[in-house]
Design a protein around this ligand. Structure first.
Ligand code: UTP
Length: 293
């Protein structure tokens, strides 16, 4: 139950305007977020996670060559009729599961990929003055209870801002946003500092942020300064850091296995994990893996 003074999280931003350069040439004309993990594209995995968490409005921050992402969620009458005529009821259920409820998809555009912070800022008018979630389609968490549901449960208890976190090897802190921890209560840590991509020797901890956030709308005041940070990009982490000390800020050690599908290795690992638990092909995938031993 949400406490009276905690506003519910109803909206989620999906930043999908990046170039996906690590997957070139596959992503030359096709958005990275359309790459499939098992039987559905990345964007559908995160849409389902948000829907299961009770999100009511889905906001895509999109860009050039990304129309396929919105089309994926359309109703496709010809396809349904063909499947019906062929008696493929299972497949009809699957494509219906990929449809966006009417009036719930909102689009805004990021004209240039100036960084995640800038992409989020582009959705400001669609968020208004309420807390919201951000989900990066690159990051998948494999667990029966979705990562965003776990975060909303934590938010309903603690309020403020919540980021999903996991421990990484110290040698890799320069790839992630890293927490400076105030108090560590196991699943929940309270945060006193945030640093984007610190060198291992400077990193205040090894707890890194993955692509799930619940933030208060005041973050937009700081994003609007358009300050550039690591990699000369407008960083979300830098704007979030400005909320510290003013608002509650927690990290949630989520349950489940995390995959960074924005890297080729993480993408293959996710495909193996998700297809191994697929009822139809899981056994076949296992047998296949055995042949490669
Ligand atoms: P990434 O940095 O992982 O995506 O951003 P990228 O830049 O597309 O990938 P590479 O590094 O070139 O391979 C994570 C998410 O944020 C979005 C991306 O689309 C991706 O879903 N993003 C990133 C934006 O929407 N705008 C940006 O300016 C940057």
């Amino acid at each position: 139950m949400t406490q009276n003074n905690i506003k519910p999280v109803r909206k989620a931003i999906f930043p999908v305007a990046g170039l996906g350069t690590r997957f070139l040439p596959a992503t030359k004309a096709m958005p990275k977020e359309m790459l499939p993990i098992n039987d559905r594209p990345l964007i559908q995995h995160v849409f389902e996670e948000a829907r299961d968490a009770g999100i009511e409005e889905f906001i895509f921050v999109t860009g050039r060559h990304k129309n396929m992402l919105e089309e994926h969620f359309d109703y496709q009458p010809e396809l349904e009729q063909t499947l019906q005529a062929r008696g493929k009821d299972n497949m009809i259920a699957k494509i219906r599961n990929s449809e966006m409820p009417a009036g719930k998809l909102f689009l805004t555009r990021q004209p240039k990929p100036l960084g995640l912070g800038h992409a989020v800022w582009c959705a400001q008018k669609l968020i208004g003055d309420e807390p919201f979630a951000i989900i990066l389609p690159d990051d998948l968490v494999n667990y029966e209870e979705g990562c965003l549901t776990q975060m909303i449960n934590a938010y309903n208890e603690h309020g403020g801002n919540i980021v999903a976190v996991k421990d990484v090897p110290r040698a890799e802190t320069n790839k992630y946003g890293i927490l400076d921890i105030n108090k560590d209560d196991g699943d929940i840590v309270s945060i006193k500092g945030l640093v984007e991509k610190p060198n291992p020797e400077d990193a205040p901890s090894t707890l890194s942020i993955i692509g799930r956030y619940i933030l208060q709308p005041e973050v937009f005041d700081h994003l609007a300064a358009f300050e550039t940070g690591a990699g000369n990009e407008i960083q979300l982490t830098d704007a979030m850091a400005k909320l510290l000390g003013k608002q509650a800020f927690h990290g949630l050690r989520f349950k489940g296995e995390h995959f960074d599908c924005g890297s080729r290795l993480g993408f293959i690992a996710a495909n193996l994990a998700y297809s191994l638990k697929d009822e139809e092909i899981g056994g076949g995938v296992k047998a296949l893996l055995d042949t490669y031993k």
